[in-house]
Design a protein around this ligand. Structure first.
Ligand code: NAD
Ligand code: DAU
Length: 336
């Protein structure tokens, strides 16, 4: 039996990863360490067997707790983070604490017990790319220069740097993956796709920042999870792997598709204030992951993946409804 410690496993991507482990890898069991911030939800793990998944509610900056849990595990997959760019613009403090100090705390414990570590990071550490309409065909690779724009991205970049230093200086057995924008079930309603779906489901109008031209490179969360498993099992220690599924789309195009799939008129949305420092375009070149580890995405039809996601939010109103009004009130304060 392999024992994994999954930090942030009660959040969107971590919970999807834990579900996939339970279904696909019967000789692996999981301890989730999660603080249950506003973004974490016990319900995300509720239907999983207790003999395979244990939830420990706690903070990754709690060195004593982290030491005890890491001493009992074979590997750590580190998802826990403050993850929302907009929030990082209004209050960066928890981002610095969780994303930097929390990662440092985990690294120290993994070094002490010689435990394998995988850092879940983001394409945002590389900053942004010019829009393709300017003639740019650039994409991020693991050789791209770190150039973060938001406090969130800067703290994720800092955490990645700590991981690299622990590999080089202490021989920590670690890998890093930088993934593009995920969508799928269990995503908190503050994020772009679930916000627009639940706006429509609750009789509100979707909200588009700026001119809607910013491009994100969408990947279904299940493809992200499969890539992380491959890297954990077969990735080369010290390496960085970029995860992406060639899913570049402008926000305006994604919203147009949501409106179409939900039977709403194409103009039934509001333009709202833009995000400060808004990154223009992300695009991942995942050649290294595909060639070295043989990974490829399975959800290649974005419209079908989006329809499935809409269906999930329709069927799980009791999951999102209790927090929806509060999230919208928070956005209204900032004209969004
Ligand atoms: P999320 O906000 O949905 O979940 C984060 C989880 O971490 C929550 O369960 C929260 O309770 C927990 N957490 C926060 N602070 C903690 C602390 N101090 N101690 C313990 N637990 C804590 O985030 P997500 O979208 O699932 O992202 C997960 C990871 O993936 C993050 O590291 C993020 O940077 C990375 N990532 C996200 C995306 C994306 O599109 N969402 C893309 C690439 C990488
Ligand atoms: O690229 C990976 C990153 O993707 C992750 O590291 C982050 O954790 C994750 O939150 C996500 O960051 P983004 O800022 O790209 O995601 P968000 O869902 O907040 O916004 C996606 C795009 O949609 C962005 O260009 C801003 C825009 N937007 C967002 C919201 C919430 C809108 O136009 N309207 C909205 O209401």
């Amino acid at each position: 039996m392999m024992h994994l410690l999954v930090t942030g496993g009660a959040g969107f991507i971590g919970a999807n990863f834990v579900h996939d482990i339970v279904r696909e890898h019967p000789t692996t069991d999981v301890t989730v360490l999660d603080k249950l911030t506003y973004a974490g939800n016990r319900a995300n793990l509720a239907d999983l067997p207790a003999e395979r998944v244990r939830l420990v509610v706690g903070d990754i900056t709690d060195a004593g707790l982290v030491d005890r849990l890491v001493s009992q595990t074979d590997a750590v997959v580190h998802y826990a983070a403050e993850s929302h760019n907009d929030r990082s613009l209004y209050n960066p403090d928890p981002f610095v604490q969780t994303n930097i100090v929390g990662t440092y705390t985990l690294l120290q414990a993994c070094h002490k017990y010689n435990v394998r570590f995988h850092q879940i990071s983001t394409d945002e550490v590389y900053g942004d790319l010019p829009l393709r309409s300017t003639g740019s065909t650039a994409m991020f690779t693991s050789d791209s220069r770190y150039n973060p724009s938001s406090p969130y991205a800067a703290t994720k970049a800092s955490a990645d740097m700590l991981v690299r230093a622990w590999v080089r200086s202490f021989g920590l057995r670690a890998t890093i993956s930088n993934c593009s924008n995920n969508y799928g079930p269990y995503q908190y309603v503050e994020k772009f796709i679930p916000r627009q779906i639940t706006n429509i489901l609750s009789g509100r109008r979707p909200k588009l920042y700026g001119r809607g031209m910013n491009v994100r490179d969408w990947i279904h969360v299940s493809d992200h999870s499969r890539a992380v498993w491959e890297i954990l099992m077969h990735g080369e220690i010290g390496q960085t792997y970029l995860i992406g599924a060639n899913g570049e789309r402008s926000n305006r195009d994604v919203l147009a598709l949501i409106l179409k799939l939900m039977g709403r008129p194409a103009d039934a949305f509001d333009w709202v204030a833009d995000r400060a420092g808004h990154d223009r375009r992300y695009a991942i070149d995942a050649t290294k992951l595909r060639n070295e580890l043989g990974w490829q995405p399975e959800v290649t039809d974005f419209e079908a993946g989006l329809q499935q996601t809409i269906d999930w939010y329709r069927a799980h109103e009791s999951w999102w409804r209790p927090v929806k009004a509060q999230v919208e009130a928070g956005y209204r304060v900032h004209g969004q």
